[in-house]
Design a binder for this molecule. Sequence first.
Ligand code: 4AD
Length: 567
Amino acid sequence: MTTLYVNEKTGVDSSEVKGTEQEPFATAAYALYTSANDDSVKILVYKESDEEKKSDVELASSKDKPEVEYVEISASALKKAKKGADGLKKKAEKQAAAAAKLKEESLNLPKVAELDLSSIEEDKSLPKAKKIKLASLQENIGIRVLVRGWVHRLRVQKGLAFITLRDGTGFLQCVLTGDLAKAKQTQELTIESTVAIKGVISKLPEGKTAPGGVELKADFYEILGLAPGGEDAFTNKIQENADPSLLLDQRHLTLRGESISAVMKVRASFLAAIRRVYKEEGLLEVTPPCMVQTQVEGGSTLFKMDYYGEEAFLTQSSQLYLETCLPALGDVYCVQESFRAEKSHTRRHLSEYTHIEAELAFLTFDELLEHIETLIVKSVQYVLEDPVAGKLIEQLNPGFKAPQLPFKRMEYIEALQWLNDRNILNDEGKPFSFGDDIAEAQERKMVDTINQPILLTRFPVEIKSFYMQKCKDDPRVTESVDVLMPNVGEITGGSMRSYNYDDLVAGFKRENIDPAPYYWFLDQRRYGTCEHGGYGLGTERILAWLCDRFTVRDCSLYPRFTGRCKP
Ligand code: 4AD
């Protein structure tokens, strides 16, 4: 038979307590409750002795300790205790039910919110998904496809998620529903993460818009690379109105933006168009060296380098090398990086730029001008006809009008007159006089006002390079040309070349250049010289004009200019 002790004063009603004489319960009801109302349980209740009723003062003076006395519970007290035990039992049952309910709820709740993407299986009964790039959406309407790319835009709602996917060739709106949308990973997805999505492409219903007028209803998707969220989130790193220098530090990320990537696509289209025109015009592509020991456009902008102990430079222009190709290959061109240690921090100067240069033999200055304007008009036409680049130019440069042949021709001397007539002064604050360079600002003012392409010709000998052919009717000026475009200014510089050996040597002398390292170039005038000319076209400058960019820096993948060589 079990005996349980109850002491109202020192006992505790707790499951931690055993109900022994040393650890009594506080109430008989609790004692009964712990024994599940077992009738055979004997309950002893503590009864205060007379001694204990004495005051503390009396006790302190008394030598005897009070006697502890337990007596069996009275029948009436037991009845009362039984009632209490029943109440306790009911209360406990209620609490247990509530806890169980809470537990079940808590089990169910996270189940929905924390549905794991990896637990969602692909429906194998669906047709095999065809791997496609986003450029080919229209050809794949109604087909189950697999698309992979970066999360360009994201909208996650309850039970629905919209991902605008980007893969570099295009954009696609993908819709996730049901478990795919509810999954924990979808709820926590971030911009610029990489994903692989399977589903069927369908045309959008009337009134709804998305890139290409289509969307993909996802039936399965995986996250391939989760991009950071929080402080490191892409949108925190690339903020639209951030300082341009901070954006350039993050160029590897800003490239992903719609405008810069659009310019890069136009750039690719333009380079393809230029090559197409050269092919049509019968020019051959060559690849001259970038590491050289000669200058072309003046020593002040040379990047010097140590070449196994010898002095060498990064090329300023491939012109001299192109000239050597004429007897071997006929008319030639190159698309090559040129380097200029420009001190000027202007919006149209880079330290490294992609230089499109050509050299043509047996032609007159007028023929050279016609060739240049044809090249520009045709290459722009081809870019505009390109379904991708043409659309991008419409976005970047709304209202752009393709240039028409022939370009306006203007001589240097006429330009001086034009400027002086409008009181536009030279850099010294004086009216222009023969021999003055027309600086960037004044040149821009003129071409922006005239607002059409200009072939500016016949510059004075002293402001042009050593190799330029003098005009037969006026030896003070050269057979030279700059192509000027509104908003940018000069995009091309070219000339006929001195084809007489002595004239060329005189040119070196005039510019204080030692002709010795140019022995190979001078040989062109010894081993069968010919009338020839060429030009250089700055890729980033023509793009700044075509795409209406404020600076050429926006037209280079990773622009290099004074103080910037990263990333
Ligand atoms: O006028 P430039 O210096 O001419 C030459 O280099 C000739 N040797 C080319 C030739 O006849 N083969 O440069 C030609 C073009 C300019 O009109 C301009 O478009 C571009 O190259 N250019 C620059 N672009 C960006 N940054 C710079 N620092 C540039 N310097 C020239």
